[in-house]
Ligand binder design. Structure first.
Ligand SMILES: NC(=O)c1ccc[n+]([C@@H]2O[C@H](COP(=O)([O-])OP(=O)(O)OC[C@H]3O[C@@H](n4cnc5c(N)ncnc54)[C@H](OP(=O)(O)O)[C@@H]3O)[C@@H](O)[C@H]2O)c1
Length: 267
């Protein structure tokens, strides 16, 4: 059942990690364009604060669901919640994700396995669950938040870069499979962006974050929203990021790995 306010039907967008950073800005963009929202993150207070902020400004309904995507059963729980509430999802935004800096031989394996679960497995599982209804309706959009990290190996953040390479590859493959289905898949590949990401990944002092300049999360979200609505398969916000991603396509992998290492090192 779609909500009706002011006589208009609203479609619903599900956004993981919709309580902060790029996800919250994507939520605001979608609300601004009239979409109802279902936002997911671990911290209920932050979700409710985000929902209050958005509902106070836009004429949309925001459903909140607290879930930890490190848990394998979380995608099913999110799907069941929305199914039981009779909320069809027209747009799926797989945004939640995190990183971890450091030499792979020394980093915490538990956190890295959790990262693979959130960045890769939960994104894949949610897509698997929500896609069939979109295909049946011959309408729907999936926005997967990858990173410019997807375009090269990432020494000193090896697992994170590899998870984002997966997100990009998976999204491009799926977009091709779905090309005549009415459903589009977009991989958004931001460069460094001002959110809580760098602090939680322990990379605030890396050259990437200190020397290269970081983007505003609202600008990244706006770019991603537009690309998703246009059905663009790979969206790289920022001229510099586009150039670097293109250069990485042609340069030998050994060179791109060395350059990435320099970017990941502390100043
Ligand atoms: N910021 C950057 O420089 C940058 C660059 C490229 C790509 N990205 C990608 O952009 C996406 C969003 O990152 P961000 O920069 O906006 O990060 P952020 O500011 O740290 O926000 C992360 C969001 O995800 C939620 N989240 C984290 N772990 C979760 C879990 N286990 N289960 C459910 N929700 C979880 C957080 O809420 P709770 O903590 O309450 O769960 C929060 O809402 C990520 O996929 C990231 O890899 C970021």
């Amino acid at each position: 059942m779609r909500s009706k306010r002011n006589g208009t039907k609203h479609q619903t967008a599900l956004i993981t990690g919709g309580s902060g950073g790029i996800g919250l800005e994507l939520a605001k963009c979608l609300a601004q364009h009239g979409f109802d929202l279902a936002i997911v993150a671990r911290t209920r207070d932050a979700l409710e604060a985000a929902a209050g902020q958005i509902e106070g400004k836009y004429d949309v309904k925001v459903h909140v669901f607290a879930a930890d995507l490190r848990r394998r059963e979380a995608p099913e729980a999110i799907f069941d919640f929305l199914h039981n509430e009779a909320i069809p999802v027209e747009i799926l935004v797989n945004n939640a994700g995190f990183g971890l800096g450091g030499e792979f031989a020394e980093t915490d394996v538990t956190r890295e396995l959790e990262m693979i679960q959130v960045n890769i497995a939960a994104l894949t599982h949610l897509t698997k669950l929500f896609l069939p209804a979109m295909i049946k309706a011959r309408s729907g959009r999936v926005l997967n938040v990858a990173s410019t990290a997807a375009f090269q190996p990432g020494p000193l953040m090896a697992v994170y870069y590899a998870t984002k390479a997966y997100v990009l590859s998976f999204s491009e493959a799926l977009a091709e499979e779905l090309r005549h289905s009415g459903v589009t898949v977009t991989a958004l590949c931001p460069g460094p962006t001002r959110t809580d990401f760098a602090t939680s990944a322990h990379v605030t002092n890396s050259r990437l974050f200190t020397l290269f300049g970081s983007a505003d999360a609202a600008d990244v979200a706006e770019y991603g929203f537009r690309a998703m609505m246009e059905g663009t398969r790979v969206a790289i916000p920022g001229f510099k990021n586009k150039i670097i991603a293109q250069a990485n396509r042609f340069a030998p992998r050994a060179i791109t790995a060395k350059v990435a290492r320099i970017a990941q090192e502390n100043r």
